[in-house]
Design a protein around this ligand. Structure first.
Ligand code: SF4
Length: 308
Protein backbone atom coordinates (compact mmCIF):
# COMPACT_ATOMS: atom_id res chain seq x y z
CA UNK A 1 0.00 0.00 0.00
CA UNK A 2 1.22 3.53 -0.78
CA UNK A 3 2.60 5.55 2.15
CA UNK A 4 0.08 7.85 3.82
CA UNK A 5 1.82 10.94 2.49
CA UNK A 6 4.09 10.98 -0.54
CA UNK A 7 7.61 12.24 -0.20
CA UNK A 8 8.30 15.67 -1.65
CA UNK A 9 10.17 14.07 -4.55
CA UNK A 10 7.21 11.78 -5.30
CA UNK A 11 4.79 14.70 -5.26
CA UNK A 12 7.01 16.71 -7.59
CA UNK A 13 7.41 13.75 -9.95
CA UNK A 14 3.66 13.37 -10.29
CA UNK A 15 3.22 17.11 -10.83
CA UNK A 16 5.99 17.16 -13.45
CA UNK A 17 4.40 14.25 -15.31
CA UNK A 18 0.98 15.90 -15.32
CA UNK A 19 2.45 19.21 -16.52
CA UNK A 20 4.41 17.42 -19.27
CA UNK A 21 1.14 15.94 -20.56
CA UNK A 22 -0.85 19.11 -20.08
CA UNK A 23 1.36 21.64 -21.90
CA UNK A 24 0.67 20.11 -25.31
CA UNK A 25 -2.74 18.59 -24.64
CA UNK A 26 -6.04 19.43 -26.31
CA UNK A 27 -7.45 19.73 -22.79
CA UNK A 28 -5.24 22.74 -22.13
CA UNK A 29 -6.01 24.38 -25.46
CA UNK A 30 -9.72 23.99 -24.84
CA UNK A 31 -9.74 25.18 -21.23
CA UNK A 32 -7.35 28.05 -21.86
CA UNK A 33 -10.20 29.61 -23.84
CA UNK A 34 -12.15 30.20 -20.62
CA UNK A 35 -12.53 33.93 -20.19
CA UNK A 36 -10.81 34.05 -16.81
CA UNK A 37 -7.80 32.26 -18.27
CA UNK A 38 -7.51 34.41 -21.37
CA UNK A 39 -7.04 37.45 -19.14
CA UNK A 40 -5.75 36.77 -15.68
CA UNK A 41 -6.03 40.14 -13.95
CA UNK A 42 -6.43 39.44 -10.23
CA UNK A 43 -9.91 41.01 -10.05
CA UNK A 44 -11.15 38.79 -12.87
CA UNK A 45 -9.61 35.73 -11.26
CA UNK A 46 -11.14 36.56 -7.88
CA UNK A 47 -14.61 37.07 -9.38
CA UNK A 48 -14.34 33.85 -11.40
CA UNK A 49 -13.30 31.80 -8.37
CA UNK A 50 -16.14 33.17 -6.26
CA UNK A 51 -18.59 32.32 -9.04
CA UNK A 52 -17.14 28.86 -9.71
CA UNK A 53 -17.19 27.90 -6.04
CA UNK A 54 -20.85 26.89 -6.16
CA UNK A 55 -21.98 27.22 -9.76
CA UNK A 56 -21.41 24.97 -12.74
CA UNK A 57 -18.88 26.11 -15.29
CA UNK A 58 -21.40 26.58 -18.11
CA UNK A 59 -23.51 28.99 -16.11
CA UNK A 60 -20.42 30.91 -14.96
CA UNK A 61 -19.28 31.24 -18.58
CA UNK A 62 -22.63 32.79 -19.47
CA UNK A 63 -22.56 35.32 -16.62
CA UNK A 64 -18.88 36.13 -16.20
CA UNK A 65 -18.22 38.69 -18.94
CA UNK A 66 -21.54 40.56 -18.48
CA UNK A 67 -20.79 40.84 -14.74
CA UNK A 68 -17.23 42.06 -15.43
CA UNK A 69 -18.47 44.50 -18.07
CA UNK A 70 -20.68 46.13 -15.45
CA UNK A 71 -18.21 45.78 -12.56
CA UNK A 72 -14.76 45.90 -14.18
CA UNK A 73 -13.01 46.84 -10.94
CA UNK A 74 -13.47 46.57 -7.19
CA UNK A 75 -14.44 50.24 -7.05
CA UNK A 76 -17.22 49.73 -9.61
CA UNK A 77 -18.69 46.93 -7.53
CA UNK A 78 -18.20 48.66 -4.20
CA UNK A 79 -20.13 51.72 -5.35
CA UNK A 80 -23.00 49.84 -7.01
CA UNK A 81 -26.45 49.51 -5.49
CA UNK A 82 -27.12 46.11 -3.94
CA UNK A 83 -30.23 45.65 -6.11
CA UNK A 84 -28.14 46.01 -9.25
CA UNK A 85 -25.45 43.64 -7.99
CA UNK A 86 -28.06 41.00 -7.19
CA UNK A 87 -29.71 41.54 -10.53
CA UNK A 88 -26.39 40.95 -12.35
CA UNK A 89 -25.76 37.89 -10.16
CA UNK A 90 -29.18 36.44 -10.94
CA UNK A 91 -28.85 32.99 -12.49
CA UNK A 92 -25.66 32.08 -10.62
CA UNK A 93 -27.41 31.08 -7.39
CA UNK A 94 -26.23 31.48 -3.80
CA UNK A 95 -26.54 35.29 -3.86
CA UNK A 96 -24.83 35.55 -0.48
CA UNK A 97 -21.65 35.36 -2.53
CA UNK A 98 -22.57 38.52 -4.40
CA UNK A 99 -23.14 40.40 -1.16
CA UNK A 100 -19.84 39.15 0.25
CA UNK A 101 -18.00 40.03 -2.97
CA UNK A 102 -19.38 43.57 -2.77
CA UNK A 103 -18.18 43.82 0.84
CA UNK A 104 -14.78 42.49 -0.22
CA UNK A 105 -14.67 45.07 -3.01
CA UNK A 106 -15.21 47.84 -0.45
CA UNK A 107 -12.25 46.58 1.58
CA UNK A 108 -10.12 46.41 -1.57
CA UNK A 109 -10.97 50.05 -2.25
CA UNK A 110 -10.48 51.21 1.34
CA UNK A 111 -7.42 49.20 2.30
CA UNK A 112 -5.68 48.05 -0.88
CA UNK A 113 -5.98 51.02 -3.25
CA UNK A 114 -8.57 49.13 -5.29
CA UNK A 115 -6.23 46.21 -6.00
CA UNK A 116 -6.49 42.51 -5.14
CA UNK A 117 -3.66 41.61 -2.73
CA UNK A 118 -1.39 38.63 -3.34
CA UNK A 119 -0.82 37.42 0.23
CA UNK A 120 -2.80 34.59 1.77
CA UNK A 121 -3.44 36.55 4.95
CA UNK A 122 -4.84 39.59 3.17
CA UNK A 123 -6.95 37.50 0.82
CA UNK A 124 -8.43 35.46 3.67
CA UNK A 125 -9.40 38.68 5.43
CA UNK A 126 -11.79 39.49 2.56
CA UNK A 127 -15.48 38.62 2.96
CA UNK A 128 -16.37 35.35 1.27
CA UNK A 129 -12.76 34.34 0.56
CA UNK A 130 -11.98 30.96 2.09
CA UNK A 131 -8.89 28.81 2.00
CA UNK A 132 -9.52 27.48 -1.49
CA UNK A 133 -10.32 30.84 -3.07
CA UNK A 134 -7.30 32.53 -1.50
CA UNK A 135 -4.96 29.84 -2.81
CA UNK A 136 -6.62 29.85 -6.24
CA UNK A 137 -6.13 33.61 -6.60
CA UNK A 138 -2.50 33.30 -5.47
CA UNK A 139 -1.80 30.51 -7.99
CA UNK A 140 -3.82 31.65 -11.00
CA UNK A 141 -3.49 35.43 -10.74
CA UNK A 142 -0.04 35.74 -9.15
CA UNK A 143 1.62 32.47 -10.22
CA UNK A 144 2.52 31.72 -6.59
CA UNK A 145 3.71 28.17 -5.74
CA UNK A 146 0.51 27.05 -4.00
CA UNK A 147 -1.94 24.30 -4.92
CA UNK A 148 -5.63 25.02 -4.29
CA UNK A 149 -7.61 21.85 -3.55
CA UNK A 150 -11.03 21.76 -5.17
CA UNK A 151 -13.21 18.73 -5.89
CA UNK A 152 -11.22 17.76 -8.98
CA UNK A 153 -7.80 18.21 -7.40
CA UNK A 154 -8.84 16.25 -4.29
CA UNK A 155 -9.84 13.31 -6.49
CA UNK A 156 -6.49 13.29 -8.33
CA UNK A 157 -4.50 13.60 -5.12
CA UNK A 158 -6.30 10.69 -3.47
CA UNK A 159 -6.08 8.42 -6.48
CA UNK A 160 -2.83 9.31 -8.22
CA UNK A 161 -0.59 10.51 -5.41
CA UNK A 162 -1.71 8.98 -2.10
CA UNK A 163 -3.58 5.90 -3.32
CA UNK A 164 -6.00 6.17 -0.42
CA UNK A 165 -8.77 8.47 0.87
CA UNK A 166 -7.55 11.79 2.25
CA UNK A 167 -9.00 14.04 4.94
CA UNK A 168 -9.03 17.82 4.49
CA UNK A 169 -5.68 18.52 6.17
CA UNK A 170 -3.93 15.59 4.54
CA UNK A 171 -5.25 16.61 1.11
CA UNK A 172 -3.62 20.00 1.48
CA UNK A 173 -0.36 18.43 2.68
CA UNK A 174 -0.26 16.20 -0.38
CA UNK A 175 -1.16 19.17 -2.59
CA UNK A 176 1.71 21.15 -1.09
CA UNK A 177 4.13 18.35 -2.00
CA UNK A 178 3.27 18.94 -5.68
CA UNK A 179 4.50 22.53 -5.60
CA UNK A 180 7.29 22.02 -3.11
CA UNK A 181 10.43 23.80 -4.32
CA UNK A 182 8.67 25.35 -7.32
CA UNK A 183 9.15 29.06 -7.95
CA UNK A 184 5.88 29.32 -9.85
CA UNK A 185 2.68 27.43 -9.29
CA UNK A 186 0.15 28.31 -11.95
CA UNK A 187 1.03 25.60 -14.46
CA UNK A 188 1.13 22.87 -11.86
CA UNK A 189 -2.15 23.87 -10.27
CA UNK A 190 -3.86 24.32 -13.63
CA UNK A 191 -2.54 21.00 -14.98
CA UNK A 192 -3.65 18.93 -11.99
CA UNK A 193 -7.01 20.69 -11.90
CA UNK A 194 -7.57 20.08 -15.62
CA UNK A 195 -6.65 16.41 -15.25
CA UNK A 196 -9.30 16.06 -12.55
CA UNK A 197 -11.88 18.02 -14.54
CA UNK A 198 -11.48 16.03 -17.74
CA UNK A 199 -9.91 12.56 -17.35
CA UNK A 200 -9.85 11.76 -13.64
CA UNK A 201 -13.60 12.24 -13.33
CA UNK A 202 -15.72 10.24 -10.86
CA UNK A 203 -15.73 7.61 -13.64
CA UNK A 204 -12.10 8.00 -14.73
CA UNK A 205 -10.72 7.65 -18.27
CA UNK A 206 -7.52 5.92 -17.19
CA UNK A 207 -6.71 4.68 -20.68
CA UNK A 208 -6.04 8.30 -21.78
CA UNK A 209 -4.37 9.44 -18.55
CA UNK A 210 -0.70 10.46 -18.46
CA UNK A 211 -0.38 8.67 -15.11
CA UNK A 212 -1.77 5.32 -16.27
CA UNK A 213 0.68 2.58 -15.22
CA UNK A 214 1.42 1.76 -18.89
CA UNK A 215 2.40 5.35 -19.71
CA UNK A 216 6.02 5.01 -18.63
CA UNK A 217 5.63 8.06 -16.39
CA UNK A 218 5.29 8.02 -12.58
CA UNK A 219 2.20 5.88 -12.14
CA UNK A 220 -1.11 6.57 -10.49
CA UNK A 221 -0.82 5.04 -7.01
CA UNK A 222 -4.36 3.65 -7.11
CA UNK A 223 -4.14 2.05 -10.56
CA UNK A 224 -0.61 0.76 -9.96
CA UNK A 225 -1.94 -1.07 -6.93
CA UNK A 226 -4.64 -2.97 -8.84
CA UNK A 227 -8.36 -2.30 -8.74
CA UNK A 228 -9.12 -1.77 -5.05
CA UNK A 229 -11.78 0.58 -3.73
CA UNK A 230 -11.71 4.05 -5.27
CA UNK A 231 -9.72 6.34 -2.91
CA UNK A 232 -11.81 9.29 -4.10
CA UNK A 233 -14.74 7.80 -2.19
CA UNK A 234 -14.50 9.23 1.29
CA UNK A 235 -11.91 11.83 0.34
CA UNK A 236 -12.76 15.25 1.68
CA UNK A 237 -14.47 17.41 -0.88
CA UNK A 238 -14.21 14.96 -3.76
CA UNK A 239 -17.76 13.64 -3.88
CA UNK A 240 -20.00 16.56 -3.00
CA UNK A 241 -23.16 16.50 -5.03
CA UNK A 242 -25.49 19.42 -5.48
CA UNK A 243 -29.13 18.70 -4.60
CA UNK A 244 -31.62 19.44 -7.44
CA UNK A 245 -32.36 23.14 -7.92
CA UNK A 246 -35.89 22.69 -9.25
CA UNK A 247 -38.37 22.92 -6.38
CA UNK A 248 -35.66 23.71 -3.83
CA UNK A 249 -35.52 26.48 -1.23
CA UNK A 250 -32.65 27.90 -3.30
CA UNK A 251 -35.04 28.38 -6.18
CA UNK A 252 -37.51 30.20 -3.94
CA UNK A 253 -34.74 32.36 -2.50
CA UNK A 254 -33.73 33.41 -5.99
CA UNK A 255 -37.31 34.26 -6.92
CA UNK A 256 -37.83 36.31 -3.76
CA UNK A 257 -34.63 38.26 -4.35
CA UNK A 258 -35.57 39.02 -7.94
CA UNK A 259 -39.00 40.22 -6.81
CA UNK A 260 -37.52 42.36 -4.05
CA UNK A 261 -34.97 43.84 -6.46
CA UNK A 262 -37.90 45.20 -8.48
CA UNK A 263 -39.88 46.54 -5.50
CA UNK A 264 -40.70 45.67 -1.86
CA UNK A 265 -42.72 42.47 -1.52
CA UNK A 266 -45.96 42.90 0.45
CA UNK A 267 -47.07 40.11 2.82
CA UNK A 268 -49.93 39.11 0.51
CA UNK A 269 -47.52 38.79 -2.43
CA UNK A 270 -44.85 36.74 -0.68
CA UNK A 271 -46.02 33.20 -1.50
CA UNK A 272 -46.59 34.00 -5.19
CA UNK A 273 -43.25 35.81 -5.40
CA UNK A 274 -41.49 32.73 -4.00
CA UNK A 275 -43.27 30.48 -6.50
CA UNK A 276 -45.27 28.61 -3.87
CA UNK A 277 -48.74 30.21 -3.98
CA UNK A 278 -50.21 27.34 -1.96
CA UNK A 279 -47.54 27.34 0.74
CA UNK A 280 -47.21 30.78 2.38
CA UNK A 281 -45.56 29.26 5.46
CA UNK A 282 -42.67 27.97 3.36
CA UNK A 283 -42.33 31.33 1.62
CA UNK A 284 -42.20 33.09 4.99
CA UNK A 285 -39.62 30.64 6.35
CA UNK A 286 -37.40 31.05 3.30
CA UNK A 287 -37.75 34.85 3.40
CA UNK A 288 -36.48 34.76 6.97
CA UNK A 289 -33.38 32.85 5.89
CA UNK A 290 -32.69 35.70 3.46
CA UNK A 291 -33.07 38.19 6.30
CA UNK A 292 -30.66 36.14 8.41
CA UNK A 293 -28.16 36.25 5.54
CA UNK A 294 -28.46 40.03 5.24
CA UNK A 295 -30.03 39.78 1.79
CA UNK A 296 -33.52 41.05 2.73
CA UNK A 297 -34.90 43.15 5.54
CA UNK A 298 -38.36 43.00 7.05
CA UNK A 299 -40.58 46.04 6.84
CA UNK A 300 -42.48 47.43 9.85
CA UNK A 301 -45.80 46.90 8.08
CA UNK A 302 -44.85 43.33 7.08
CA UNK A 303 -43.29 42.07 3.89
CA UNK A 304 -39.70 42.34 2.77
CA UNK A 305 -37.36 44.58 0.79
CA UNK A 306 -33.70 44.68 -0.15
CA UNK A 307 -31.49 46.18 2.54
CA UNK A 308 -31.13 49.92 2.14
S1 SF4 B 1 -4.84 6.62 -13.97
FE1 SF4 B 1 -7.08 6.90 -13.78
S2 SF4 B 1 -7.48 7.14 -11.59
FE2 SF4 B 1 -5.28 7.45 -11.92
S3 SF4 B 1 -5.04 9.67 -12.13
FE3 SF4 B 1 -5.28 8.82 -14.18
S4 SF4 B 1 -7.50 8.95 -14.63
FE4 SF4 B 1 -7.22 9.20 -12.40
Amino acid sequence: MAPLAPTRAEGREVADAVVAWWVSSAVRRERDRLAWRVRREPWRVLVSEVMLAQTQLGRVEAHFEPFLARFPSPSALASARLAEVLSCWSGLGYPRRAVALRRAASVLVDEHAGQVPCSYRELRALAGVGDYTARAVMAFAFDAPVMPVDTNVARVLARAVAGRPLGRGRSQEVADSLVDGARRGRRRAQAVMDLGATLCRPSPSCDRCPLAPASGRPACAWRAGGVGADPAEGTFGSSRRQSPFEGSDRQGRGRLLRAAAARPVAPAELAVAAGWPGDPARAERVARTLVADGLLEGQPEGGYRLPR
